[in-house]
Design a binder for this molecule. Sequence first.
Ligand code: GRF
Length: 198
Amino acid sequence: MKLGILISGRGSNMLAIAEAIENGTIPNAEIAVVISDKPSAQGLIKAQEKGLETLAIPRNGRTREEHDAEIVSELKKRGVELVCLAGYMRLLSKDFIRGFPNKIINIHPSLLPSFKGLDAQKQAFEYGVYFTGCTVHFVDEELDHGAIIAQKVVEVKDEDTAETLSHRILEQEHQLYIEAIAKIVKGNYEFIGRKVRF
Ligand code: GRF
């Protein structure tokens, strides 16, 4: 299965996916392209060092629809079958989502539906929860809302700061995203309402 990965920054999840494909943890998959809306994204350099094709597609004052249309066209041109958002900081247009029905997934650093949106780790830390974590989910037209594929719990410790907590969540994200992609690529799943059953 050909994957397209969308990033905006550091790209550590992208790298974890690339390494999992390399070492066989995600079988039968290849990364066709890594696209960033931010030309300065660190993740683009990391992807190039892995020998992956990269594209920077900045918004450049265009509407969301125009910008997304270019990204979709680049993904389709390369035969991408699964789009993995990995720290991609823009909402997708309806046309983008409809162009890849149930074929766009995202990782979010909280146990959804708690703490949607930006700075989810800090939101959880400041709220005072004892447990938070990360979620891989299908992307639909609402923010951080699509059907949940997998989740991992991370305990908030007394000595944590928002930063130490984010770091431990990120370690789990890398594991979870790989496990989730391997399952999706394998394809043995069905939707029961908004639930995904493997
Ligand atoms: C991760 O915490 C991810 O859950 C969130 O954005 C961050 C991206 O980190 N959506 P990286 O670019 O993969 O290192």
